[in-house]
Design a protein. Structure first.
Length: 134
């Protein structure tokens, strides 16, 4: 009974300091942001690998077929060509415009120099003449 005669000391609750709580919060925050960043990088890389070939194929298709579609539209609608010429003719960098369908010039703007070298050049190449690049 000697032990029951001793006064009982209440348990002291463990109190975490504010500084320790801030450190743990900062560690959790940094871990969360780093994890989210890693997940986003992995998902972004996976999407880029998945769609890169499709995007490249789409861009190649547009480059190869865009001019031919415009040329076919131009064959059918001369008014469309004249409307497009007005937009380009307003630019101070444009000296002259000529649109050829087959062997016939269907629309032009300003004076036309020797056009034979321009239209004889392979498609997609630059032709340099006296004072112009076409």
């Amino acid at each position: 009974m000697a032990s029951s005669s001793l006064p009982r000391i209440p348990a002291i609750p463990r109190v975490r300091s504010v500084r320790r709580q801030r450190v743990w919060f900062l560690i959790a925050l940094i871990t969360g942001v780093a994890s989210l960043t890693g997940v986003m990088l992995v998902l972004g890389q996976a999407l880029a690998e998945r769609f890169a070939t499709q995007v490249q194929a789409d861009l190649e298709w547009r480059a190869l077929r865009g001019a031919s579609e415009l040329a076919k539209t131009a064959e059918l609608d001369t008014a469309l060509i004249l409307e497009a010429l007005d937009a380009y003719a307003a630019s101070p960098d444009v000296e002259a415009i000529a649109v050829e369908v087959g062997d016939k010039i269907v629309a032009s703007h300003e004076t036309l120099a020797a056009l034979a070298p321009v239209f004889a050049a392979p498609h997609g190449t630059l032709v340099r003449g006296d004072g112009y690049v076409a």
